[in-house]
Design a protein. Sequence first.
Lengths: 575, 935
Amino acid sequence: MKSVPVLVGPDPRWVGRIYKDTGGEDFLGLRAVQENIVPYLLPGIISITPRARYYAFYSWCLSEYAGAHPAGMPLASFIKRREQIFVLANLVWSDTSEDAPAEGGLLGSTKLGRHWREHSHLDVIPFADSGYLKASHGGYSQYIGVMRSLGLIREQEDGALALLPRGQQLAAAFATSIEGTPYFALRHRFDTDESIPHTVLEEYGTKCHLSGLRDGHDRQPTVETLFAFHASDEIPNPEAKEPAVGNMRGSLGIILQMIDQCERPFGEDGFRKAVSYGFCPDYAEYRPAAALRPILAHWRMFQLRELYVYALYALWAYFLNWLRLHGPQTFLAFRDHLNEGHDLSQAGATLGISLPRRSLDAWILGDWLDGLLDASHIPKANLEERCQAFAQQSASPVNEHALYHILKDTPPENSAVYVGTALLLLSTLFIRLVGLKRFRPDTAWYWAKLGGTRRRSLDLFVEEMSDHVISEHNLLDTLSWLYRDYIVSQHVVTALEKWRARKANTFHFNYEDGLFEWVQEGRVGFSTSRFRQAYNMLWDLGLYRFDDDNQRTPRLTRLGRSTLQRVLNSYGQEK
Amino acid sequence: MAKKSDRLQLLDAIAEERGYHTGIFLTYGADLAFFEEAILRVLWENGCRSNLILMDANRYNDTLTDFRGSVSWPGCRYLVRPVDLGPLQSFHPKVVLLVGMEHGRLMIGSGNLTFTGFGHNHEVYTCVDWAPDQPFFHAVFTQMWKLITAIDERWGYSKEVGLMLRKAETVAPWLIAPAEESGDTRLVHTLQEPLLDQLVRALEGTTVDRLTMVTPFLDEGAVCLQQMAQRTKPKEIRLVLQHRRAVGNAQDLKRLMQEGLPLAVYRFADDDSYLHAKLYLFETPRGAYLLSGSPNCTRSAMLHSSSNGNLEIALLRRASSSSYFERLIESRMSREPIENIDDLEIERSPVSQPKREPGKSQLLDVSLAGGFVSGVVSMGELPEEVAELQLRLRSTRTNWVPLGELRPNMTEFTRSLPSELLAWLKGPVSASLWGRTTEGDAVDLRCNELWATNVDILRHEISRASPIHAQAGVYLSEMLVASDEEWRDLYEALSRLIELDVAGLQRRGGTYTTSPPVRLPPPDEGELELEDTVVLVSEDEEIFRQRSEIADALFHESAVYALIDLVRGALPGASRVIEASGGLATEDTAEGTAARRKQPPSAGLGRKFVNLVRKYVRSLMNPAYMLVASTYHILAHYALFHRIVVLLREHEVISPEDCVRFACDINVGFFGSRGDDAPALLPRLRRHFQHALADEWLEAEVPAYALGSALAGGLTSSPRPLQDDVVLAELSIRVMAALAIVVDLPQAAEDSAQLAPAAQLYADDLPTFQWQICDCVGASLPEVQDLLERWFNQCLAAIEDAASPLDRAILYRAALDCGRGAYEVAACQKIEETMRRWCSDLIFWARLAGDREIAREWRETLVGILEESGEPQELAQELLGEGIQLFFAKQYQESIHKLSQARLLAERVGDEELVNSCQQWLTNSEVLLGLQGSQ
């Protein structure tokens, strides 16, 4: 061998990490589809725009800026100053008014609330700096999108922002609501002053506070805007990507009608249940008017998909929990565990139905589904016909919402009930979806197809489950398939997408040498439906009130009833 | 190297260089979704589209089960193949090899082809490069290549993999070129010899002061550690293990220490991620040796070869001092050894995993191509109830293909696929072998499953244009560029695809693709036989076939072909759907086209285009370029540049006069100028003027653009040309004659499908264009005939002076091509006498050239002509008489023609006496012709 020279050339090196952070959400990538449905159904509301009065307030700010503003002051600064005064006035009103409720949804109130508490004892309140909200245009940044969707504003090709006639009407109405206040008279001064008198804020607060919309001049224009009475009564085909502002009327109309028919406290859970079963003749809690049925069909697809995603996330959380306790392990070991530890009778018992004690591999999928249909008292026929019959009923013991609640309240450690219930939920959804697809396909089935293979659409789920039924697979094979294709693979695909998009490592398990290793827990939950925001806005508008006896049962006000009637009439049908 | 930071960013190292053609990944386990998302995507965009993963058979199975739903492209954009060493052995290397014409990058390390292996675990890799001016690690590359081909020979059954490897060798011949081995960096592997043996040999008995080992695995009994210690005799051993993660048995380590092994256990300093690196540092008085790569400290990795252990790959590096490697290890281990080994929680044994059952039937390869499924199987014993076999194909659904009975010794099958099945096989497809009872029930043979190679899709995907090239294709097909941005995109695409840099080409040894090999006649093997014979393919012929196949595949996978294909695909009569990379399809609507308006480029950009055309013309005139560039490219560029020239004229970048001048220049460059000798006598033209390339000429649409530019709108009917009409007319004759050498000129002039692409440029409509072409060609045939005859004679005359047998063979072939062209021109004019004369000449010269096949073809042609002329026997008598008369008139050449024809006819009718008579006079004429020549 030659003498040893000093080594020249590349060295062995430790490999660097290929990611920057580990944060994220929607780790199966399934909720992304939901986020396409809600903007179609409620395009004028998003989850961070919960109060109705802001539409008029920001329209007024824009109108005021267009009319006159301090020389050289950009729109962002102008809006932030007006917004700060608006927030302070609302806070003063909350403090001073005896029956004022806590103001939820008041943008910027966290930092300005602190500022207010520090200075509320003063006669003259100094203004805080503009950093009370990070966004350049303050809370208006959150409302821009919905104001655009509702036809209040439009960005022009030349870059200018146009306040459209509907926005101008709202602005004028808001101005009328506050025109008697000293602030209104002196408002231009306070655009540049360093402080504002307490009394000015106090008087302004009595007229501008968020809950005061129901008594303000801006209420009716806001009703007109949010219900989009000007828009076409045709429900646009979602595939065509047409403006869907008209759907606001139908969606808010559904909520009004549910309120009208409800006999007990009403909330998001009730809404979700009602949209799921509203079409079922045996569902008594909500009977939709014919005019609202087309839009309700879209809401039903939304909610069925919510339940589907929830069940898959539950299975996912269970897998991770098992890995945490027993990993690193092979998938085959997990499959064996599923088979050994889950006879489904316990999950059935929780639901109130009797199922034989069998391991998963002893259940043929078709027999299992037949068993569920038997438990639901569906007459014997072929599977498709039975599914159609099932889809028309809500009062079955095998009920998606009941299953959802059991699942929600069961910890993953209760393995038999947890996995069994998730499987029951998916099976029930399959039965209902087959029934819906075969029975009455409509444009709402578009949402079942949305997501395709990449996002595991409902339609794909139905088709692939049907293949498993035809192939006479057992439940173990079926559940393993769901785990492999809808959970493990789906997570890998989604995590890689997130990694590519922002170099985040969102893997909840590592995979090395055939072994899965736990990294972090999985979370389960619904995506936002915007129901809460819509429900709040209807309250702001004074379209319902709560029973004096029971603060939780809503009742339509006269305006609420007449608005519902207008909604129904707008579709050319009497209530 | 990737970056000058401490850590190696593997993905950056893969992505940062363009110019790789082939990527080969050896790995134990692979996450194919990660590969597709993080690696394939980037390689694809960089033009590296031949990609192969070789992985362990057990882990391969995971890709078909655990992660099946996450993958999109196995068998369709890349190949992934299992390597099955045996039930208790593993294919365990971790290697990335990227190969291009001028670059090579090799990364050898410990991380599998997974997210964790490439950027989460604690892994170590070494990255070495090769370039013509950086040849230091050439030997490592050639050794790795030998190893890969050896792996394929031993465990591979896929023809596509074989083809992929051969293509890589063709593109990067440096991989198989001799290389000098370096003592400082050497590749070590277990294909034939255990690693420990190689290590001991490398150490040459020198004292090992200290051995430091970093490993995630120890074998049962720590036998490997013990053996290493016994054979290298280190004075001190430092074993670095990770708390709670390393696999081993603490009791074994304690026992070894009690037995006197100088062992100290250290804790790995970072528990944040999994320690998966494998490092062995031997410190000796002569220097330090570092082994890094895939082998763990286990028996199967270190103490066995692949015949009964794992296949492992590592690099053994040597430095003058251990301090060279200190930074790598010292910073990652605890300062002090662990006092009590039990403090370090190490797992006692790995999780047991199922292993493949030996002795079962195995599917070794399966591919889908042209509506057929074919495969290679190794048949084991079948259960009694199995009446026949079937193939289970899984894509989005499961489908079955009956195979019938496979005999025990049968190893290959091919079956056609029903058309309804083909629709389901668009994406990834996996296959496995199943049985079937007489009742039709499926019987699970527990056969392995394979990703099928979908050859049609693979070819299509590899040759897809990138988006920028696709857009350039649209501009050229529509002949419409609407903005400066579009002009810039077009220029960028063209300048990237069209290789005109002679120096660069010469340095690299040619264009990205290779030329088709030159087909020369086989040596004369005696008298011609009329009967068909069984062809025995020689080794040379087989090599020729393989080279042709690879050259053809490389060109059809190239980016320039994709561009041309797009231009062609969007031309009138073809589909208007342009597919870009990534599966995006944009359908060009009438409104879409109407909305865009032609816009000239800015002055500077326009000049760039003009300069590009000028550079191309200079290249055509440059023998150095024409000899080094691929013939495929020369043909492809011809049509492309004619389109570019007209595009520039239509966008007012150049005047109509300049357009004519450029078209002329291109034609002069490609066909030669009017006064030049036969194309075969000009070195720069010799390679692409072959009748054997007729299909390539037609595919490249050379005839259509040549005729269009020279005849229809390009030269004759253009606005007043700057050059003399006579000059242009003579050039046209040359273009037509030159075309006739390669393709059937009259037929090319009449073929509307062939002419259609060029019609868009040179005429208002296709019928007008076709009429113009036919008219011009028809009127020019006599002159073309004369020119071809002149070239024929020039070639024959040049044979005398040929410097080598190869040159002589080329000239013979060129003469025969000229003669064939002349015959076709005569046939078009229906001049029977001339046709017969050419046939006789071509038979004669083909025989002299030793090309029996050509001679036979011309004999058949001649017989056909003669038979059409009358009774063969009477005609033979007549020709004999004419031949004798010419003999006495001392016109020996003509006499030979007649007598040859007479003999041929006599043979045909079986008149032996007449044959003998003809032969006698023929011999006389040939002798006297020879004497006449010598005088």
